[in-house]
Design a protein around this ligand. Structure first.
Ligand code: PGA
Length: 250
């Protein structure tokens, strides 16, 4: 049985003071027995949020990292720096970074390898644009993005990766994928993992759905056999996030 993962992606919201008051508002209502719960917050809010979460089992993650440990790379933060801070998770290859910061599949692979070598848990994002979906190439694209992201990674390490299927057209639009489409895409990703490695690795790896997840649609989306939770943007900024995390109402 794969443990669910519910990861909030705050994007460029919640500087430290707002971040801490929000976390204090929700932290005691979050159920971490059934799901691993992660808040991926802006770099400057990582330490304050980690401090606010002490004594809970809610984790934090960064939203990006550089694959080099250090160097003359103005404005970047390395995986090694996150590791030193004790940040356990990191999102890699979010579509907003692919689109706005020229991140490529090969760059995603480099970062994923680096994150794993440091013991960070990467949440690797893949997903198609509306144009690609209309052209009927969604599954091909997912196979390609997944294969490149995992290139050169052993099966022992692959199991530690979390893959987030995030159709670009569903992000921030209020138009979530149907549970059937989310299931088909996540199953395609899992079969790709099985093809590269083996059944055991494919059964172990956790695959999330992301894109306009809300407290209302989470129960159906997360009930799909190949959907192991969600990467949640907008709804992770609201007190309602507690309802997303406690999606099965138990
Ligand atoms: P959304 O964002 O939930 O606001 O659509 C998801 C994401 O970008 O990870």
């Amino acid at each position: 049985m794969r443990k669910k993962v519910i990861a909030g992606n705050w994007k460029m919201y919640n500087a430290p003071s707002k971040a801490v008051s929000f976390v204090n508002q929700i932290k005691d209502k979050i159920d971490t027995d059934k799901s691993d719960v992660v808040l991926c917050v802006p770099y400057i809010s990582l330490q304050p949020v980690m401090d606010a979460l002490k004594g809970t089992r809610v984790s934090v993650g960064a939203q990006n990292m550089h694959y080099k440990d250090e160097g003359a790379v103005t404005g970047e933060i390395s995986g090694a720096m996150l590791k030193e801070m004790g940040v356990p998770y990191v999102i890699i290859g979010h579509s907003e970074r692919r689109a706005g910061f020229n991140e490529t599949d090969t760059g995603v692979n480099l970062k994923t390898i680096k994150a794993l070598s440091l013991g960070l848990k990467p949440i690797v994002c893949v997903g198609e644009s509306l144009k690609q979906r209309k052209e009927g190439i969604t599954n091909d694209l997912l196979r390609r993005q997944t294969t490149i992201a995992l290139y050169g990674i052993s099966n022992g390490d692959a199991e530690k990766i979390i893959i987030a299927y995030e159709p670009i057209w569903a992000i921030g639009t209020g138009m979530a994928a149907t549970s059937a489409d989310a299931e088909e895409a996540c199953a395609t990703i899992r079969e790709t993992v099985a093809g590269i490695y083996d059944r055991e690795t494919a059964d172990a790896i956790r695959i999330l759905y992301g894109g306009s997840v809300t407290a209302d649609n989470a129960p159906e989306l997360f009930a799909q056999p190949n959907v192991d939770g969600g990467l949640v943007g907008g709804a992770s900024l609201k007190p309602d996030f507690e309802r997303v995390v406690n999606f099965d109402g138990k």
